[in-house]
Each structure stands twice: as structure tokens, then as C-alpha cells.
Design a protein around this ligand. Structure first.
Ligand SMILES: Cc1ncc(COP(=O)(O)O)c(C=O)c1O
Length: 423
């Protein structure tokens, strides 16, 4: 029984029932938070062994490196060897850093703006624009806003952005210097880029010779199903396309080990790695190699990482299943909302009736269910259709996830019926 098929009388009746259900929801005095995609304590506990590593007296890495001392800007090779096959980048083109890939993205942007990319002029001398597949990661957009980079939203599909729009934008405007890409289990839709889409992105002619793809593979190994989609060899494809320097790769162990005390990664062509390290060496005399050593001895091998991620999956996949189940059960028949069913990553992206997302989030907040602000997944926080809500189910306990999503569905339907009755 789609909402659009209901007579005004039936709609009024449904609205009355939903108003009652909403009043009961508010009376429960819930205190639930589904805002940020953080790992739960149970996930963090999986890596508690890290707290005892590298162990008393163990501070020497391969090649005799004393991890307690300065130096080694590229990071420990034994750690890079573990992540090189997982990210599909050569060890010598991989840099291991400190605890946040967001910091590396920030630095890469600042270096490009102030110093220029390999062989290019500082971006800051001209207007700079970035293509932002939407919905996308709010902190990517916050970085652009922070540095005055104008953002152009392009709709993101299941396997990448609308390529015709992207090609047209990059070909016609030399101010378009970059694009944000989350290739595997994109935040928040779960989109997974195919090799074909990737090839198109690295091959396409661009008006800016120093155009860069910011390839943020934050969820490269964060599978929720048995089909563990491998990373795409984006650097190899870019080289083969004659644009070896087009791609900056980012990743981290934030959602593998400890979100606040993991290791981040940068990768690129040999020229981009040399460029990055040259600028980085002005900013630091070396990364936290004790943390690198600790991670290398804990994770041991690429398979060690894969096994740990399967244990994460055992903790969080049931929460995702619950979200999908409740949304389907409570909203399915009304055909007023749609949602993603991600095979990995940290989010479910919910599209409610156009023009009601802000109202839904406000209703939920009054009922003690805090959702990410409507529009957060769009540049400048502006969702042109005011319909997208990002659900982050990993952090709360399963019972709280269920209560929050059930409550949210009441808000979604209440806002949709309100809107229809007002129209
Ligand atoms: C797409 C994406 N990139 C990067 C990050 C943050 O990564 P890090 O903890 O390495 O800074 C997140 C965290 O939610 C994310 O969703």
C-alpha cells in the first residue's frame, strides 16, 4: 500500500496513528546516537593485544631501525609490506604515517594549494574546484570548505559518479583540480567502483594538467559479506593510461585496529611519493615507528588483516542486517523511502520523501534519537532534495540500533504523511 495510493481519508487516519506512535516514542525518553561511524567497544577490544606490544625491550625493526628514534619518514617497511597487497600498491610507493589519513588528505591539499603538485603551479594562484560525488563523506567536503575550494556535486551511483558529468566538468574547466573518490564501500552509500569506472577516471582528458584523484580507500578491507572485493590497482591503471601522477591514494587502520591510535597510509606514483615525502619532511622528522612496529607484530601478514576484518564483520554485520530488516518491514510497503544494502563499510544511506529529511531528523532528535544532520553528506551541508539521512549502526549496542531504527521509521512516515496532507 504505497503512500501515494492512499485516499485523503486513509492518509488522515494513518497520520493520526503515527502521531500516537510518535507520542509514545517520545514518552520512552530514549537516548540513542547514530551519528558518527565509529567502531564499537567490542570492535576495539579485538585489538587490545596492541596495548601490550611491541613488548618490553622490543624496539628494533627490520634493518636494525631503532623505532624509538627520529627518522624513517616513509614508515617501517614490514608494515608497508602487509598493506601493499591489500591496497594493491607497490611497497616502495606506499608511505605509512601517523594515526589519521584525514591528516594526510589535509596535508596533501595544503601542499598542492601552497606549493603546487609535481611540475604544477600552486593551486592557490587560481580558482580551484573539486568534483564531489554525492552523497559523500562530510569531512572531505569540510576540507574543501576550509581552504576555499569550490565544490561541485555529481550524483553517485552504485559503481561510481555519473561519468558523463564528470568528463564534461574536467574537460571544460581548468579550475577543476580534483575529485574525491571513496572506491570501496563509499561513505555513506556503500558504492563500489568497478575497474571500468576506475579506468574511465584515470584515462579521461582533463583541462587541468595537474588534475588529481583523491582516492580514499578507507574501507578497502571492510567487508560485510563473503565476497571480499579486492582493491583495484588504480596506480597501475593510471600509469597504463599515461597519467601516472593523477592519483593520490589514502587509507588507514582506523577501523581495523584503533580508530584513534592506528596507522595511516599515502600512496602514489614514484614522483608523487617523492613530492609528498619532500613536503612531509618539513613538517615532521618521522612518524610514530613504535606504533608501526606494534601494528606489524600484531597484524603479521595480509591474511592477518583479513582474519581480523572477519572478526569485525561478525560483530557489525548483524547490526546492518537489523537496520535493513527493520527498514524493510516498517517502510517497505509505503514506497516513500529507499535505502542502500551495503556489502561493506560503515553506513546505510537512507533516502526519505523529498523535502522531509530535515523534518525527520528533527522529529527523531525530539524523541532522543540523534542522527547525523540532514544534508551532512553534501557539499556545504545542502542536500538539494532534502531527502538523505546517513545511518551509522556500528557503535551502539544491537538493541539500541534496533530501537533507534524503529523509532526513525515512525519519524520518516510521520513526516511523509504530514507533507502529503499539507500538499
Ligand atoms: C571515507 C573516509 N575516509 C576517511 C575517514 C577517516 O579516516 P582516518 O581515521 O584515517 O582519519 C573516514 C572516517 O569515517 C571515512 O569515512
Amino acid at each position: 500500500m504505497s503512500l501515494s495510493d492512499l485516499s485523503r481519508e486513509d492518509l488522515t487516519e494513518l497520520h493520526a496513528q503515527l502521531t500516537l506512535a510518535y507520542e509514545e516514542l517520545v514518552a520512552q525518553g530514549l537516548k540513542l546516537d547514530l551519528t558518527r561511524g565509529k567502531p564499537s567497544a567490542a570492535q576495539l577490544d579485538l585489538s587490545n593485544e596492541l596495548l601490550t606490544l611491541p613488548g618490553a625491550g622490543k624496539f628494533t625493526a627490520e634493518a636494525g631501525v631503532d623505532c624509538r628514534n627520529y627518522g624513517g619518514t616513509q614508515g617501517l617497511v614490514e608494515l608497508r609490506e602487509i598493506f601493499s597487497p591489500l591496497l594493491q600498491v607497490p611497497v616502495e610507493q606506499l608511505v605509512a604515517g601517523d594515526n589519521a589519513s584525514l591528516s594526510i588528505m589535509h596535508d596533501t591539499l595544503v601542499f598542492s594549494l601552497l606549493k603546487g603538485t609535481v611540475g604544477g603551479e600552486p593551486w592557490v594562484r587560481q580558482p580551484t574546484r573539486f568534483i564531489c560525488p554525492v552523497p559523500g563523506y562530510d569531512r572531505h567536503f569540510a576540507l574543501c570548505e576550509q581552504f576555499g575550494i569550490e565544490m561541485i556535486g555529481v550524483p553517485l551511483g552504485e559503481h561510481g559518479p555519473d561519468l558523463d558529468q564528470v568528463r564534461e566538468l574536467v574537460a571544460s574547466d581548468p579550475a577543476v583540480k580534483g575529485i574525491w573518490i571513496v572506491p570501496t564501500y563509499a561513505n555513506p552509500t556503500g558504492a563500489v567502483y568497478t575497474e571500468g569506472v576506475t579506468r574511465a577516471l584515470v584515462e579521461m582528458p582533463t583541462a587541468a594538467p595537474d588534475f588529481r584523484i583523491f582516492w580514499d580507500n578507507a574501507y578497502a578491507v571492510h567487508h560485510l559479506t563473503d565476497s571480499e572485493t579486492p582493491a583495484i590497482d588504480v596506480l597501475g591503471l593510471a600509469s597504463a593510461a599515461g597519467h601516472p601522477d593523477r592519483v593520490f591514494v589514502f587509507a588507514s587502520t582506523s577501523k581495523i585496529t584503533f580508530a584513534g591510535a592506528g596507522v595511516s597510509f599515502f600512496a602514489g606514483s614514484p614522483a608523487n611519493v617523492a613530492w609528498y615525502l619532500a613536503h612531509l619532511s618539513k613538517r615532521t622528522i618521522g612518524p610514530d615507528k613504535v606504533n608501526h612496529l606494534r601494528h606489524a607484530s600484531y597484524l603479521k601478514s595480509p591474511e592477518g588483516v583479513r582474519e581480523l576484518m572477519r572478526r569485525h564483520r561478525a560483530v557489525i554485520a548483524p547490526k546492518f542486517d537489523q537496520v535493513i530488516e527493520i527498514l524493510t518491514e516498517r517502510l517497505g510497503q509505503y514506497e516513500t523511502a529507499s535505502w542502500t544494502r551495503p556489502d561493506g563499510g560503515y553506513f546505510v544511506s537512507l533516502d526519505v520523501a523529498d523535502g522531509t529529511a530535515t523534518r525527520v531528523v528533527a522529529l527523531a532528535k525530539t524523541a532522543g534519537i540523534v542522527m547525523t544532520a540532514a544534508g551532512a553528506a553534501f557539499p556545504y551541508g545542502l542536500d538539494p532534495r532534502d531527502r538523505n539521512i546517513r545511518i551509522a549502526p556500528t557503535m551502539p549496542e544491537p538493541a539500541d540500533v534496533a530501537a533507534a531504527i524503529a523509532g526513525l521509521t515512525t519519524c520518516v512516515l510521520l513526516a511523509a504523511t504530514e507533507q502529503r496532507l499539507a500538499g
